[in-house]
Design a protein around this ligand. Structure first.
Ligand SMILES: C[S@@+](CC[C@H](N)C(=O)[O-])C[C@H]1O[C@@H](n2cnc3c(N)ncnc32)[C@H](O)[C@@H]1O
Length: 188
């Protein structure tokens, strides 16, 4: 278990969402809808200690890209160390910034839109306004045939997501503390 994650969570539980990183089982469930090809661009929001990052990088063929957002400095620093090789090879791009700035970074990187957006953001804890801002950024940053996957312990944010996307619950992972729902969203 990551001590950095727990230490940061105790300081900022609202934005961190949990004091325990997610499980690999949850990561694998999150990635079930993804078909990854050499031209695929995946965005990860709220990479934390990199549990999902590791699962994604393990499936990423040459040419495909993962752009991982993490706005906590200590966690971003740990990701830089742990994923040094993936960052050096160019398969992984780490963005230490707010996920709401997704559009700015895609423009900077000359990437029109992502195929998939995988989010570990604790959006259920965000204010409705902040959550809408993230949903708007995801909607604009995702291709028309793209898929956004989110996990949550409760489903209040899914009700909100349904107003913006075609959102459906695609699983419930018991092998996670706490167990978590996974929902996927497509553009309307
Ligand atoms: C519940 S943790 C998930 C971490 C990891 N993906 C996992 O599943 O264990 C949420 C992560 O999102 C990050 N985060 C929260 N709000 C964010 C924001 N607005 N932009 C980028 N990252 C954010 C937190 O710092 C934290 O690392």
């Amino acid at each position: 278990m990551s001590l950095v994650f727990t230490k940061e969570a105790l300081k900022k539980i609202r934005t961190q969402g949990s004091i325990i990183p997610s499980s690999s089982a949850l990561g694998r469930r999150m990635l079930r809808p993804l078909i990854i090809r050499p031209d695929t661009v995946i965005v990860e929001l709220g990479a934390g200690t990199g549990i999902f990052t590791k699962e994604i990088m393990g499936r990423l063929p040459a040419g495909a890209k993962l752009i991982a957002f993490e706005n906590n400095r200590a966690l971003a620093e740990k990701l830089r160390v742990d994923f040094h090789d993936d960052l050096a090879s160019g398969g992984l791009i780490l963005v230490e910034d707010d996920a709401a700035a997704l559009g700015d970074h895609l423009r900077r990187l000359n990437i029109p839109q992502a195929h998939y957006i995988v989010s570990g953001l604790p959006i259920g804890n965000f204010s409705r306004t902040a959550r809408q801002k993230i949903f708007d950024a995801i909607y604009a940053g995702m291709r028309d045939d793209g898929i956004y996957v989110q996990f949550q312990y409760l489903l209040a944010s899914w009700l909100h997501a349904r107003k913006v996307f075609r959102a459906k619950i695609i699983g419930f992972e018991l092998r996670n503390i706490p167990p978590a729902f996974v929902y996927s969203c497509r553009k309307k």
